[in-house]
Write a protein that binds this ligand. Structure first.
Ligand code: PMP
Length: 293
């Protein structure tokens, strides 16, 4: 695959579609130096962007947590995402809206910088290799902990929050795993590096309370589907020692969708019936047309 700056197509940049290779920013951009940058990850199925408005709202909210005001309304962002999909002739793909502070000021304080917004889209069939996905991915518990809500804007999907996730994932990959499991600042189970986690213990679905990490939209969809399928759910703090009681584990996210986990460190899990039912239900939901409002 060519590098991400060397592709054909169109990117929406500050209100208009520009040729892919022309969508550039200056090296002295505040977003690059100080992580004043928030982003989204959306997926389109059969021409429909799943939970589009929720993603656009989250971009606006993430920016607000970083004291940035996105100069477009939620409806304008929705429309821009649809425009990008059409311009690139995609019906199934991944979209990446991103907003960052510009170059007018180059210091910690950046009150008067322009807030730029760009949206790109590309085909991205599976986050993990499909064969590995069937058996379940191998995860390694990271030594990096997620920060407490009073030390970082933990509800924002912002660039800076990903620094430790990249470190955790690099280490896991170097040691033969596909992803890392992070613990929160108290030492409880938090999430994967780009997805939320669920455990099945004796027929009950357990997932950590997202009080210090992203309450993913996929996580929320899975909780609704579990209710519809009458699978009992417990949202609570989960100690790492409790992972040993789980029969099935899976992670969920827009990119990862529902991905079974085959092992975490020395513990092994077998993707089973509940993972399969929820994975199928998720796959049906993202492909069903939303009701017109
Ligand atoms: N946690 C992290 C750190 C993520 O990057 C993502 C992906 N956006 C998620 C959780 C899952 O969020 P969502 O289901 O909204 O994609």
């Amino acid at each position: 695959m060519p590098s991400f700056d060397q592709r054909d197509g169109y990117i929406w940049l500050d209100g208009q579609l520009v040729a892919w290779r022309e969508a550039q920013l200056h090296v002295l951009s505040h977003g690059l130096h100080y992580a004043s940058c928030v982003f989204e990850g959306n997926r389109a199925y059969n021409g429909e962007i799943f939970r589009l408005t929720d993603h656009s709202q989250r971009l606006i909210d993430s920016a607000m947590f970083l004291d940035m005001s996105i100069p477009y309304s939620r409806d304008e962002l929705d429309e821009a995402c649809q425009q990008v999909l059409r311009a690139n002739n995609l019906t199934d793909g991944y979209l990446r809206p991103v907003a960052w502070r510009g170059s007018e000021m180059m210091a910690v304080s950046a009150q008067d910088t322009t807030i730029h917004v760009a949206i790109a889209a590309w085909t991205w069939p599976s986050y993990f290799n499909p064969e590995i996905k069937t058996r379940g991915i191998r995860m390694q518990t990271s030594s990096w902990r997620r920060p407490a809500p009073d030390t970082s804007p933990t509800q924002a999907k912002w660039a800076g929050g990903y620094a430790i996730l990249t470190l955790a994932k690099h280490r896991a990959e170097k040691e033969g795993y596909q992803d890392a499991l992070t613990l929160d600042y108290r030492g409880n189970v938090a999430e994967a590096t780009g997805a939320n986690i669920f455990l099945i213990i004796d027929g009950v679905l357990h997932t950590p309370d997202p009080d210090s990490f992203l309450n993913g939209l996929t996580r929320q969809t899975i909780l609704t589907l579990a209710q519809e399928l009458q699978i009992p759910v417990r949202v609570r703090r989960i100690a790492p020692a409790e992972l040993a009681q789980a029969q099935e584990v899976f992670i969920v996210g827009t990119a990862a969708e529902v991905t079974p986990v085959g092992c975490i460190d020395d513990l092994t899990f077998t993707p089973g019936d509940i993972t399969k039912r929820l994975s199928e239900a998720y796959s049906d939901t993202v492909r069903s047309k939303p009701a017109k409002q």
